[in-house]
Design a binder for this molecule. Structure first.
Ligand SMILES: O=C(CO)[C@H](O)[C@H](O)COP(=O)(O)O
Length: 220
């Protein structure tokens, strides 16, 4: 299988030192920037939007993985692509015509993925899987960083990996919420291959070393 990727969540970065934290990720073993967009409707929190993403993009040397936690994301796909998104993921629960929204993301020049909330059955993805570059499984209730990882995620990853394999695909599975050096290996064993880590990275004393440890654990 392809190498396992680490995507530090910029939600946990120091917004007063965004360029510094962006350069830390550039100079680390991380693979992508994970960018959480929250609208205060789909999730009970507001994070940031296009101007902040553009500011990160100005300094980033790695792809931007933009996770839209917003209602009706189809209203803004082209704008997120314009400010530098490379991958855009939308929640199954937030858009009525999912196939159309993924096509819109592809047409905007980005890789398209679907996100499932913590207890949305993975079976809802059966028919859309061939169109997904990636599926993001939430391992917390979305909206806030620093929450505890929910153990039901392991079984969800296994079920989804089986669906992907049964369809002859190699879709990536990304995990978001409470990822640490304690659970990353078990998630890899279950079949996940992209790991978002916010608090675990940015609250650590040596962020570069923390990313390196996650990358090594995921790929060992
Ligand atoms: O999508 C998110 C919140 O909805 C964040 O990406 C997620 O919480 C990561 O943060 P942490 O690693 O601190 O749990």
């Amino acid at each position: 299988m392809a190498s396992k990727l680490i995507a530090p969540s910029m939600l946990a970065a120091d917004f007063g030192n965004l360029q510094r934290d962006t350069e830390m990720v550039n100079n680390s073993d991380a693979d992508w920037f994970h960018i959480d967009v929250m609208d205060g409707h789909f999730v009970p929190n507001i994070s940031y939007g296009m101007p902040v993403i553009a500011a990160i993009k100005k300094h980033a040397t790695k792809p931007l993985d933009v996770h839209l936690m917003i209602e009706k994301p189809e209203r803004y796909i082209e704008e997120f692509a314009k400010v530098g998104a490379d991958i855009i993921t939308v929640h199954h629960e937030s858009t009525v015509h999912l196939h159309r929204t993924l096509t819109q993301i592809e047409d905007a020049g980005c890789k398209a993925g679907v996100v499932l909330n913590l207890t949305t059955p993975v079976s809802v993805l059966e028919d859309i899987l061939p169109k997904c570059y990636m599926v993001l499984l939430m391992s917390i209730n979305p909206g806030f960083g620093g929450q505890k990882f929910e153990d039901i995620t392991y079984n969800r990853v296994k079920k989804l990996r089986k669906m992907i394999t049964d369809q002859g695909l190699n879709t990536r599975i990304e995990i978001d919420g409470g990822v640490t050096n304690k659970n990353i290996k078990k998630l890899v064993e279950a079949g996940a291959d992209v790991f978002v880590a916010g608090s675990h990275v940015f609250k650590s004393t040596n962020q570069t070393e923390t990313i390196k440890e996650l990358k090594t654990l995921a790929n060992s």
